[in-house]
Design a protein around this ligand. Structure first.
Ligand SMILES: NC(=O)c1ccc[n+]([C@@H]2O[C@H](COP(=O)([O-])OP(=O)(O)OC[C@H]3O[C@@H](n4cnc5c(N)ncnc54)[C@H](O)[C@@H]3O)[C@@H](O)[C@H]2O)c1
Length: 337
């Protein structure tokens, strides 16, 4: 049984407290927040959890082996560093830090302390995304031409980071995972609409080594909540829609063929669209946050590093975020990663 302490009990932290309270081989022992009101709310739901206004109480506890960080983004690096130095295993919310060098530094500290460090790239534990990764790897789609993700809603707004840093870590982590690599360059535009001097939306285009383009649209000022990715391959196309009640993945047996049938004399070709069935594969699902928590705890118990979302993977995502931000700051100029 691994005892966990959760730092940050705002909107998201209580979900981690619930998950670690429900897992068979973990328990949430302590929770910290500066806000007494948030601690009261946690205590009402989980009376056995010890609450504190000082996260240092969690770091000082001898019984607690692992720390989960769900505090504001700009505190992730400091809290993760202190927790690793206190020889705790760490699961930190995305993005792990604001600079790739900081992610790598945390990875080194974890190695020296003999502890595991994992970032909460929770969509890597989404059953639909797992299915899509396997499908692409099977070669059924052929060469991937492009991917396009939309992550929009009206709110929730943040005051510490912009919509890019809040939302796009998910899309970049998904693209790195399903395309088995990381982006090489970025060009992006963003817009500050609401007067907080933060970009409320971003449109980013990334180049992946396999030659495909990956496009990301994130926004917290959009009329619709959308969590969608379109993937276009040379043999098949698919759409992942996390909010579709009928099934998250639709595979379109659609592609384009080149033919010289009618133009042989001129050596020309014609493009013909081919359309077959649209299928919705049966994908059994588990709550991604719970699957993520289970993976973290299992890694600790088995002594296996959390390779799926380790410091290197986190650094790669943050490197891409920095490049997108740089491009946005220069009105879309290409930023090499
Ligand atoms: N994976 C996901 O899908 C997902 C979803 C939501 C949020 N998040 C991440 O979770 C983190 C928290 O997001 P949130 O929406 O809960 O934010 P929030 O602002 O609602 O909560 C943050 C909490 O941290 C507390 N805090 C601030 N400084 C502290 C300190 N020094 N010690 C202890 N507590 C402190 C605040 O009082 C607040 O209650 C962010 O990094 C965010 O990116 C991830």
């Amino acid at each position: 049984m691994i005892s966990v302490g959760v730092i940050g009990c705002g909107h998201w932290g209580p979900n981690h407290i619930r998950v670690f309270s429900q897992l068979p081989n973990a328990q949430c022992m302590m929770a910290a927040d500066l806000d007494e009101g948030r601690l009261k709310a946690v205590k009402a739901l989980y009376p056995s959890v010890v609450t504190t206004t000082s996260y240092k109480d969690i770091l000082a506890s001898k019984e607690i082996e692992a720390v989960c960080i769900a505090a504001p983004t700009k505190l992730h690096f400091q809290f993760a560093k202190e927790a690793l130095e206190a020889r705790k295993h760490v699961l930190c919310e995305k993005p792990l830090a604001m600079l790739p060098e900081e992610c790598l530094e945390l990875g080194e500290i974890a190695k020296k302390a003999g502890r595991f460090l994992m970032v909460g790239h929770v969509f890597l534990f989404n059953a639909g995304i797992r299915w899509v990764k396997e499908y692409i790897d099977s070669g059924e789609m052929g060469k991937i031409y492009y991917t396009h993700s939309e992550r929009t809603n009206l709110g929730p707004f943040r005051y510490d980071v912009n919509a890019l840093w809040d939302l796009a870590p998910h899309d970049i982590a998904i693209f790195d995972y399903i395309l088995s690599g990381s982006a090489q360059s970025a060009s992006a535009r963003g817009l500050k609409c609401l007067g907080n001097n933060l970009e409320d939306l971003a449109f980013a285009t990334l180049d992946y080594p396999s030659g495909n383009l990956a496009n990301i649209h994130v926004s917290w000022i959009d009329p619709r909540k959308v969590r969608q990715i379109t993937i276009v391959g040379e043999k098949k196309m698919l759409v992942w829609d996390d909010l579709d009640p009928l099934g998250a993945v639709r595979v379109y047996d659609k592609h384009v063929e080149r033919t010289t049938k009618f133009y042989e004399t001129y050596g020309e070709f014609q493009l013909l669209s081919r359309e077959g069935a649209i299928t919705i594969p049966k994908i059994s699902s588990q709550e991604p946050l719970k699957a993520q928590g289970q993976y973290f705890i299992d890694c600790i118990e088995k002594g296996l590093p959390p390779q799926l979302a380790d410091a290197d993977k986190a650094a790669s995502v943050v490197k891409t975020l920095c490049a997108i931000q740089k491009s946005m700051d220069h009105q879309g100029a290409l930023a090499v990663i």
